[in-house]
Design a protein around this ligand. Structure first.
Ligand code: AHM
Ligand code: MG
Length: 337
């Protein structure tokens, strides 16, 4: 597998970061992992990958077979390359230590191996989300990593991205100077640059939320969605369209491409939990990408990237997308608190 085009581009845009062979090696191997997952998905259940694994994961959710397979692919592909001090995933209860007989590095890979896994069996786009942090050696200079090494705010991310397995397989990635998208050409096994600098339009008329939960929303979300539904007759003075795929990767990819607002807010179904989505594997990497593309990502009260995590599997409320639209909603939060 070559990743020459992807790596060449990143070397050109981020020369000093990519001169760190640990980081460039890690990005190369993440791309290899995503291609392997994409190949498995291509053949669907001909690869016997549909269905449940019959195990409840640490999130309290029934794992799909492919959640486990994708998790194993990413761990196996990246644990031995000498770039990582550890890995953490939505599907693993504890963080993963690099085995003693493998070389370790300075980076931490946090990932959701198969986001939107309820969509696998029905042939709707799913994805892999990843976030790269660097271990703070001033705080921990030991070989042994501890949970606190991972508990860094999203602003510390060195890189973040996702692979989307849809009609095309693409990787969307940022190392902190814009967002770049590459599509996999399987004839030549290369990721080809298709958008050098993704840019989320400030204005939108498309919102994305699971409205079956509307009776559980807080009043800011409820009133905002009502205003969208009223359209030109309401205070927002325009008609809206609504899209919800059930795969955050697909919904965010649409927003990265043509704008929009994505909401998975806190709701009263489970009042003690701040939201459904996971901060470290979903919200932080997506917030990094959205901000790098000119959008906003907030939990309603705070920039997502500034949340100080207390737990690996911490959840958060998510409001992200086109800046003008997110600001309309955030203004109502400011007025409430
Ligand atoms: P997953 O990582 O277990 O697939 O869960 C996260 C997914 C997101 O991709 C998506 O936005 C959300 O869950 C959909 O949730 P719901 O089914 O409540 O609409
Ligand atoms: Mg997910």
């Amino acid at each position: 597998m070559n990743n020459n085009f992807l790596l060449e581009f990143l070397y050109k845009e981020y020369t000093s970061l990519m001169n760190d062979s640990q980081l460039s090696g890690l990005i190369k191997n993440i791309a290899v992992s995503c291609r392997k997952i994409s190949n498995l998905l291509d053949k669907g259940n001909l690869n016997n990958i549909f269905g449940k694994y019959n195990k409840i994961n640490v999130q309290g959710e029934m794992q799909a077979k492919l959640d486990v397979i994708a998790n194993d692919i990413i761990v196996d592909e990246n644990n031995c390359i000498g770039s990582l001090a550890g890995l953490a995933s939505e599907e693993m209860e504890d963080f993963y230590r690099i085995p003693d007989d493998y070389k370790t590095g300075d980076y931490l890979l946090l990932f959701d191996p198969l986001d939107g896994s309820s969509n696998i069996d029905v042939n709707i786009s799913v994805g892999t989300i990843f976030s790269i942090l660097r271990i703070n050696r001033k705080i921990n200079n030991n070989k042994e990593i501890i949970i606190n090494d991972f508990l860094q705010p999203g602003i510390n991310q060195i890189a973040a991205g996702y692979a989307i397995y849809g009609p095309q397989t693409s990787i969307v990635i940022s190392l902190g100077k814009g967002v770049h998208s590459f599509t996999l050409d399987k004839n030549i096994n290369e990721w080809i640059l298709d958008n050098k600098l993704m840019n989320i339009p400030n204005c939108t008329n498309e919102f994305s939320i699971n409205s079956s939960n509307s009776r559980h929303w807080d009043e800011n979300i409820y009133n905002y969605v009502q205003d969208c539904l009223i359209g030109t007759d309401g205070p927002l003075r325009k008609n809206y369209n609504m899209r919800w795929t059930g795969s955050m990767v697909a919904d965010v990819h649409r927003i990265m491409t043509r704008g929009g607002i994505f909401l998975y807010p806190w709701d009263s179904r489970n009042p003690s939990i701040p939201g459904k989505l996971r901060l470290m594997y979903e919200a932080n990497p997506m917030a990094f990408l959205v901000e790098q593309a000119g959008g906003i990502a907030s939990n309603g009260n705070k920039r997502i990237l500034e949340i100080i995590p207390e737990k690996l599997h911490q959840r958060t409320s998510v409001i992200l997308g086109s800046s003008d639209e997110v600001n309309i909603l955030l203004r109502s939060y400011i007025n409430t608190y």
